[in-house]
Design a protein around this ligand. Structure first.
Ligand SMILES: CC(=O)N[C@H]1[C@@H](OP(=O)(O)OP(=O)(O)OC[C@H]2O[C@@H](n3ccc(=O)[nH]c3=O)[C@H](O)[C@@H]2O)O[C@H](CO)[C@@H](O)[C@@H]1O
Ligand SMILES: C=C(OP(=O)(O)O)C(=O)O
Length: 435
């Protein structure tokens, strides 16, 4: 397993261009299975999870051609359905979370979709009921093999229907939408997730000939069509990476420009950092973060009570940035309650920050109070292990701000979602080595 060695306490400076969005890429790549025609995709991030999914598509018989860095064509003229029943698929399929979204397109176009329990972060229970309840509603038969955690759905022709999702699941909505576009008749999906990832997916599907209305809302209406054609799609910049760079700049008192961020898709993200007292300046389509020489001060509520930052389905604040908010708060002036509502094991990494000298009280698995140091006491360097992708980056930010040399193990978790992070950090002055 890889290791980062970080010499912290250095100010960084410069420009950073966000990569294409990981969670969007995982949906878009699965959508290529819906058509026998060529699909060209640009701004694909070069990260472990995405590369695993591209390999999986190749194993399924999709012709994959790399045009340039980040640009590929995919053509699923025929698909090797036997691979779905192989031992190799059981290994490949559980390598990442995003693989679950091959099920909807395969079911819709080929009548069967199988998947072993998918991987992804170990951040609490991650059920798949919403996905399979949706497929069943569309008329699929469902089976689950408890022995080897293997899920399967089959149907000769999906039928449009009305459904109310039990929760606004991101990958669940994507999966059901990709099945419903080829169903017979009209499907309505209420309580649909509507993250920018999903808006991008639905817009792409419409360009392929699908008929989806209500994009960006929690009520999608999908008129089924018999076939879809090829298209060209460009991924948005990764909003979670953008948030990570904002946090990094503030915590290391660095001046950073994050370029071409697509402001209109950032939702609450800039404002939540502003609530921590961080200056997030809009300069055209860039974000400019000045060096916070005098620190940053957490805002209280109007009545003077302590601020809470919590997650919610879009357009609420994404759970994927709460770990970063938490680490940034450790050096703020003031206190904040971090409430991670969705996942129950995503805050345990605070133990490491406490070891480094941060003032945090973990109230329960979902809530932590952070009392900021206002830079009066620097975090101390240490050795740590990255438990999940976002905690990993939060620990990396802590290490870059800490005094001395820190070591982070299990950096594959970080490489799962951040493209060449060590090279990009070096380019803005960080001292980081991959060993
Ligand atoms: C590959 C991918 O795209 N992964 C993202 C996707 O995962 P994923 O699609 O797996 O996450 P879901 O949206 O299904 O659910 C996430 C968690 O939130 C809970 N939940 C969800 C909706 C809701 O209204 N109430 C609620 O409590 C679920 O029970 C689950 O524990 O969305 C998550 C939530 O934004 C992100 O953290 C992941 O980065
Ligand atoms: C939880 C995340 O990813 P995944 O769903 O792939 O585990 C994430 O991107 O923060």
């Amino acid at each position: 397993m890889g290791i980062f060695k970080i010499e912290g306490g250095k100010q960084l400076k410069g420009q950073i261009q966000p990569q294409g969005a990981k969670n969007e890429a995982l949906q878009i790549l699965c959508a290529v299975l819906l058509t026998p025609e060529k699909v060209t995709i640009h701004n694909i991030p070069d990260i472990i999870d995405v590369n695993k999914l591209i390999d999986l598509l190749g194993n399924l018989g999709v012709t994959v051609e790399k045009l340039a860095s980040g640009s590929y064509t995919f053509q699923a003229k025929t698909v090797n359905l036997q691979y779905l029943e192989s031992e190799a698929f059981k290994q490949d399929g559980r390598g990442l979370r995003g693989s679950i979204m091959i099920v909807g397109p395969l079911l819709a176009r080929f009548g069967k979709g199988y998947i072993p329990k998918p991987g992804g972060d170990k951040i609490g229970r991650r059920r798949l009921d919403t996905h399979f309840e949706g497929f069943i509603k569309l008329g699929a038969t469902f089976r689950y093999n408890r022995e080897d955690y293997f899920y399967g759905v089959e149907a000769t022709q999906l039928q449009g229907t009305n459904m109310l999702l039990d929760e606004a699941s991101v990958t669940g909505t994507a999966n059901i939408v990709m099945a419903a576009v080829l169903a017979k008749g009209t499907t309505t999906i209420y309580n649909a997730a509507c993250e920018p990832y999903l808006q991008q997916l639905c817009n792409m599907l419409n360009r392929m000939g699908a008929k989806i209305k209500g994009i960006g809302s929690n009520l999608l209406t999908i008129e089924g069509v018999t076939s879809l054609q090829g298209t060209v799609h460009t991924m948005l910049p990764d909003m979670i990476e953008i948030g990570s760079w904002i946090g990094l700049a503030a915590m290391t008192k660095s001046e950073l420009t994050i370029t071409n961020v697509n402001w209109e898709y950032l939702g609450q993200i800039p404002n939540v950092f502003r609530k921590l007292g961080i200056t997030v300046e809009k300069r055209g389509d860039d974000i400019f973060i000045p060096a916070h020489k005098n620190g940053y001060e957490i805002q209280n509520y109007i009545d003077g009570s302590v601020l809470t930052i919590s997650d919610a389905p879009w357009p609420g604040f994404t759970p994927d940035l709460l770990s970063i908010i938490l680490v940034v708060a450790t050096q703020a002036r003031g206190s904040v309650l971090i409430h991670q509502k969705m996942f129950e094991s995503r805050l345990f990494f605070v133990d490491k920050l406490i070891d480094m000298g941060a003032k945090i009280i973990l109230c329960d698995p979902h809530r932590a109070v952070v009392i900021g140091h206002d830079f009066k006491s620097q975090l101390k360097a240490t050795t740590m292990t990255s438990p999940d992708i976002r905690a990993g980056v939060s620990l990396l930010i802590a290490a870059l701000s800490a005094k001395g040399t820190s070591t982070i193990h299990n950096i594959e978790q970080i490489d799962r979602g951040y493209e060449h992070i060590d090279m990009r950090l070096k380019a803005i002055g960080a001292q980081i080595e991959r060993v």
